[in-house]
Design a protein around this ligand. Structure first.
Ligand code: ASP
Length: 226
C-alpha cells in the first residue's frame, strides 16, 4: 500500500505518532518510510512492531541509496576496497552523501567530500572540487537545489557548472577508467554536463537505478525472512 503524507490523516491534524500507531494496528510486515523530517523513520521504530526501512529522511540519511551505490561500484570494479571516491556538490543538504560517507569507508574506500564552501558541513575537510576529483576512481555528483544557487552562492545559475560542476575537462583529472555517478534526479548542465551524464562508458547512473531494484528487493527479503 502506498500512503502519501498529503493524502493521510496528518493533513487533518493527526500527529505523526498517532498515524504510526494507527498503521501499526493494521499489522503490516514492513513499513518503508520516506519523510521530509530528519529522524522520522527512527521514531517509527519506537512506535511500530514491524520492520522499518528508511527510504530517505530529510537531510539525514538514505541508507538504501548508499547500499545500491556500493553495489553499482562493485559491479563495475569488482570491489569497493581501495577505491578513491569523490562525492561532490551540495554535501550539506545531502542525505545520500551522509549515508555514503558512512558506508563506503566501512567497505574500505577512501571518501573525499567537496563542494562550494557554503554547501559543505562545517566539520567536513575543505577540499575543492578539483582536488577531490584528482586521481579519483569514482566521481559522485549531487543535486543542487536551484534556488540555493542564487540565495547561498550568489551565483547566476549558469555559473555553477563551470565553477563546481562535472565537465569533461574536470573528469580528465580523475583516474584512468574513472566512473561517474549521480543519485538522481539530475540538474543537467548545473552539477553535471550532458556529455558526462550520457557517456556510455563512464556513466553508472542507470546502473545505479537498476542496482536499486535488486538492493531494495534484498532489503525487503532480509527483514521479512526471519
Ligand atoms: N533521490 C535522492 C534522495 O532522495 C537524491 C536527491 O533527491 O537529490 O535523496
Amino acid at each position: 500500500m502506498f500512503l502519501p503524507v498529503e493524502q493521510s490523516s496528518i493533513k487533518k491534524g493527526e500527529t505523526f505518532d498517532d498515524t504510526a500507531r494507527t498503521l501499526n494496528a493494521m499489522r503490516p510486515d514492513v513499513i518503508v518510510v520516506r519523510h521530509r523530517e530528519n529522524g522520522a523513520p527512527a521514531r517509527m521504530t519506537e512506535l511500530m512492531d514491524c520492520a522499518v526501512i528508511n527510504a530517505g529522511d530529510g537531510t539525514n540519511e538514505h541508507p538504501t541509496q548508499a547500499l545500491l551505490d556500493a553495489l553499482a561500484i562493485s559491479i563495475r570494479f569488482g570491489r569497493v576496497e581501495g577505491l578513491k571516491i569523490a562525492i561532490c556538490g551540495d554535501i550539506r543538504h545531502s542525505r545520500v552523501a551522509r549515508s555514503n560517507a558512512k558506508l563506503l569507508p566501512r567497505l574500505g574506500a577512501e571518501v573525499r567530500l567537496a563542494g562550494p564552501p557554503s554547501l559543505l558541513p562545517s566539520d567536513a575537510p575543505a577540499l575543492s572540487i578539483d582536488e577531490a576529483i584528482k586521481g579519483a576512481d569514482v566521481v559522485m555528483m549531487l543535486r543542487v537545489q536551484r534556488e540555493r544557487l542564487e540565495e547561498e552562492l550568489g551565483d547566476a545559475p549558469g555559473e555553477y557548472l563551470s565553477r563546481y560542476g562535472l565537465t569533461v575537462d574536470r573528469l580528465a583529472k580523475a583516474a584512468p577508467g574513472a566512473v561517474v555517478m549521480h543519485p538522481g534526479p539530475m540538474n543537467r548542465n548545473v552539477e553535471i554536463a550532458d556529455d558526462v551524464a550520457d557517456d556510455p562508458e563512464r556513466s553508472l547512473i542507470l546502473l545505479q537505478v537498476e542496482a536499486g531494484v535488486a538492493t531494495r528487493m534484498a532489503c525487503l527479503e532480509l527483514v521479512t525472512s526471519s
